[in-house]
Design a protein around this ligand. Structure first.
Ligand code: OGA
Ligand code: MN
Length: 200
C-alpha cells in the first residue's frame, strides 16, 4: 500500500490532485456497505449543511447530499479500517511532502438520485485547517452512464472523475474548485479532510 501512496503524493505535489484506485478493496467496500447506517438509506443520515428554514431552500440549490460524521472511537470495524488507512496516508504525505497534517475528519455521504453539489472550494472562509480533501467512493458496478462525476477545475481545464467503488481522490482544499454532478443512481462515499493545526 505504501508504494501505492506514492502516486497520490506525486499527483498532489505536481497537480494539486491525485486519484488512486483500490484504496479500499472490494471486500472492504462491501463490509462498509453492509453496515446498518447504509441499510436504512438516507433515513439515519442528516441533510448536509442545513441552517434555518430559509437556508434550506438555498442549500437545496447548492447541495443535496445527506451525511453522518464518523466518531473515530465508536466507528464500527470496517470504518476503522478506512480511518486507519487514511491516517497511514496522512503520515506518508507528511513525510514525503513535508507537511504537518495533524488529524482527519470524515463523514459518510449519500447523494440521492439526481442530487448534486454545485461548484465550490472546501476551505471555510474563517477556518483554513482543511488542507487536503480526501474522498473515497463506495459504488459497486458504477458505469459512466450513471453520471455522478466529481468535476475538478484545474489550471489546465476540467477533469471528471467517476465515483468507482474503492477509488480515492485527494486534492488541495484551498485550491481546487470542484462540483458533484447529478447521478442516475444513489451515490455513496466517505468524504474527509486532512487538517493542519489551527493557528490562532
Ligand atoms: C464535498 C465534495 C466530492 C465528491 O463533500 O465537499 O465536494 O466527489 N465531495 O463527493
Ligand atoms: Mn467539496
Amino acid at each position: 500500500m505504501k508504494a501505492r501512496f506514492e502516486g497520490l503524493a506525486d499527483g498532489l505535489a505536481e497537480f494539486g490532485y491525485a486519484v488512486m484506485d483500490g484504496f479500499l478493496d472490494d471486500a472492504e467496500v462491501r463490509a462498509i456497505l453492509d453496515l446498518d447506517v447504509f441499510k436504512g438509506g438516507i433515513g439515519s443520515l442528516k441533510k448536509a449543511g442545513i441552517g434555518n428554514h430559509q437556508n434550506l431552500q438555498l442549500n437545496e440549490a447548492i447541495r443535496g447530499d445527506y451525511i453522518q460524521w464518523l466518531d473515530k472511537s465508536a466507528a464500527p470495524l470496517p470504518l476503522k479500517v478506512y480511518l486507519k488507512r487514511l491516517q497511514d496516508l496522512r503520515g506518508f504525505l507528511n513525510r514525503n511532502l513535508f507537511l504537518s497534517l495533524q488529524d482527519e475528519e470524515v463523514h459518510l455521504t449519500v447523494y440521492p438520485v439526481g442530487s448534486f453539489y454545485k461548484r465550490h472550494l472546501d476551505q471555510f472562509k474563517k477556518d483554513d485547517r482543511r488542507k487536503l480533501s480526501a474522498v473515497c467512493y463506495l459504488n459497486t458496478n458504477w458505469d459512466e452512464a450513471h453520471g455522478g462525476q466529481l468535476r475538478m477545475y484545474c489550471k489546465d481545464g476540467k477533469i471528471d472523475i467517476l465515483p468507482f467503488g474503492g477509488r480515492m481522490v485527494c486534492f488541495r482544499s484551498d485550491q481546487i474548485e470542484h462540483e458533484v454532478l447529478p447521478a442516475k443512481r444513489e451515490r455513496l462515499s466517505l468524504t474527509g479532510w486532512m487538517l493542519d493545526l489551527m493557528l490562532t
